[in-house]
Ligand binder design. Structure first.
Ligand SMILES: O=C(O)C[C@H]1C=CC(=O)O1
Length: 96
């Protein structure tokens, strides 16, 4: 199942620099592992903001919830999820 996920990062302005660096490094490692596994299909920065638009390819809602709630930045993000399905006019033969 494919999901469009938008994440807006809102770190507390008073979070210590070392803690920010640590959480960002853990977030990067976590997201890159999921990208290697093919679960996090696309990761795009929304220009001009500390936000991303992502496409996840997971088995079900429960797996998406598990992945998203495991993000190190999860406590500091506003997240919107939209389930996707095939568009009848799409010329793609698969869902890539
Ligand atoms: O920077 C972000 O958009 C937040 C988050 C998502 C993946 C990652 O490495 O960081």
């Amino acid at each position: 199942m494919l999901f469009h996920v938008e994440m807006v990062v809102k770190l507390p302005p008073d979070m210590p620099t070392e803690q920010v660096a640590d959480i960002k490094a853990r977030e990067k490692a976590y997201s890159q592992e999921l990208q290697r596994q093919g679960k996090w299909r696309h990761l795009w920065r929304v220009a001009g903001s500390y936000a991303n638009v992502s496409i996840f390819d997971v088995n079900d809602n429960d797996e998406l919830q598990e992945i998203i709630s495991g993000l190190p930045l999860f406590p500091y993000m506003d997240i919107q999820v939209k389930p996707l399905c095939r568009h009848p006019s799409s010329i793609r033969e698969d869902d890539s």
